[in-house]
Design a protein around this ligand. Structure first.
Ligand code: UT7
Length: 331
């Protein structure tokens, strides 16, 4: 059986933080941020809001639009779980009132949503689950030093969720094949060093608890890996670039996604971007972009993402008829 998408939902915090808000207290400008990243504003969660809160809200939104049957598994792609243990997925399943369903987190940073889709497709293909809820959710502001202009301006908070059911590969909504990869030798370019078993228990003041990044190296690797992964995937699927109607890349930086699309030869009008309004929301970025893109039933979509690890992944899908085209009313 193949995983078929039949519902999508999103949740973002109400609070909007503009580039000018950063410029008012850090040595940066709206022009620098827009020119280098394409970001104009992002949503930032209030201190009381944790990742599971956004994940739960996105799940509720997706379930409203999906078929009536409850999913039989919950996967949450996240780098910013509420706690080091347990994962976010069991918390969301419990809040949804789903008793004893399989629920686990996927940690593949900004590529997590694609990895989550692949894991869900595996659960469906092996008959473990008939319906799976896949959520990408991150509160990146919590692991980003809000006084560091080089990283604080890049990230935003949010969650996106999709419901998947067992179906046929030829159906609209069918997801796959996949191309996934990683390169752990590059770990130092983008990481949160402390808080795990290598460097445990930092005090809140220690910089190691925040995300650190070599921006230029991440940029270079991101462009190469997403381009190569997308090309490999198209070849595996026996498709040409012209067969792709819409291109949804991880919304890290407008320049990165334009560079990948340029290299692949995808025309501008087929590129989807909402990074100007949400910044880099890590695992939430792909579902937020899908929900935002006013996709039309039957359009073939190429999805690709890249993140810390490094990890990367790409997949293909045909957009199903979900009964709406413009999703703006749902935010
Ligand atoms: O999911 C993956 C997550 N990460 C990413 O997607 C990040 C990938 N990398 C990038 O997007 C880019 O490298 C950045 C947007 C982070 C930086 O753009 P850049 O064109 O590579 O700039 P740069 O790192 O070469 O920095 C140029 C200058 C530096 O000053 P000096 O050393 O040349 O004097 C930075 O200190 O810009 C400075 N700078 C800033 N200036 C104003 C860095 N951040 C800022 C800022 N405002 N917010």
């Amino acid at each position: 059986m193949t995983a078929v998408l039949d519902g999508i939902g999103v949740a973002v915090p109400d609070r909007v933080v503009t580039n000018d808000d950063f410029a008012a207290r850090l040595d940066t400008t709206d022009d620098w941020i827009r020119t280098r990243t394409g970001i104009g504003e992002r949503r930032i969660a209030d201190p009381a809001v944790a990742t599971s809160d956004l994940a739960f809200a996105a799940a509720q939104d997706a379930l409203k639009h999906a078929g009536s049957e409850s999913p039989s598994a919950v996967l949450v792609a996240t780098t910013t779980p509420d706690h080091p243990m347990p994962g976010v997925a069991p918390l969301v399943a419990a809040r949804l009132g789903w008793d004893a369903v399989p629920a686990f987190d996927v940690q593949a940073a900004c590529a997590g949503f694609i990895y989550g889709l692949a894991a869900a497709a595996g659960l469906i293909a092996t008959g473990v689950s008939e319906r799976v809820l896949v959520i990408g959710a991150d509160v990146m502001s919590r692991i980003t030093n809000q006084d560091d202009r080089a990283t604080a301006v890049l990230f935003g908070d949010g969650a996106g969720a999709v419901t998947l059911r067992a179906g046929e590969a030829e159906e609209p909504g069918a997801i796959g094949p996949f191309d996934l990869g990683s390169d752990g030798t590059q770990v130092g370019h983008l990481m949160v060093e402390a808080g795990g078993t290598r460097v445990p228990g930092p005090s809140p003041e220690e910089p190691a608890r925040f995300l650190s990044m070599n921006g230029r190296d991440v940029y270079r690797h991101a462009v190469r890996r997403m381009t190569d992964s997308s090309s490999r995937l198209l070849e595996r699927a026996g498709l040409e670039v012209d067969d792709v109607d819409r291109f949804v890349a991880h919304q890290a930086n407008l320049r990165i996604l334009m560079a990948v699309a340029d290299r692949l030869g995808i025309p501008e009008e087929r590129r989807v971007s909402n990074v100007d309004r949400f910044g880099n929301t890590s695992a939430a970025s792909i579902p937020l972009a899908l929900a935002d893109a006013a996709l039309r039933p039957g359009e073939r979509i190429l999805l690709t993402a890249f993140g810390s690890g490094f990890t990367w992944g790409s997949t293909l899908m045909t957009w199903p008829d979900l009964g709406f085209v413009d999703n703006d009313h749902r935010r």
